[in-house]
Design a protein around this ligand. Sequence first.
Ligand code: HEC
Length: 111
Amino acid sequence: MRYFLLLVAALLPVPVRAQTAVVSVAPTPERQKEIVHLVRQDCGSCHGMTLQGGLGPSLKPEVLRGKPADSLIATIYGGRPGTPMPPWHRFLTEAEAGWVVDQLMRGFPVE
Ligand code: HEC
């Protein structure tokens, strides 16, 4: 029983810490290329190939500016239940979602 409790404690998720800086560690240049491809292809299918909006809203800097980065990161990482926005945690780490938000805010790189 004691060991069981220890196991449960070990498996509890670490609370997500509040993010002040959007990106702590940038992905490697190679991984950045893969992520840019993913966003242009997969996110572009809903948010528009130029990310100007489609089924999903525009992800242009002028639209995202002023929205809290951590909520945008949470949207990408966990999706928005009840809307078509799917979670991306199987494809992106939370840090990578942070990098995506950072890039979106600056104007997303082209491939
Ligand atoms: C199947 C369609 C679909 C795909 C694919 C998709 N999204 Fe979305 N996304 C949506 C919809 C719809 C919303 C609006 C949800 C709502 O109503 O709040 C949204 C919302 C968002 C928001 C919040 C925007 C805001 O102004 O609050 C962000 C950021 C976002 N998506 C980023 C992404 C990224 C990055 C990807 C790819 C990794 C992606 N989305 C893929 C449909 C999609």
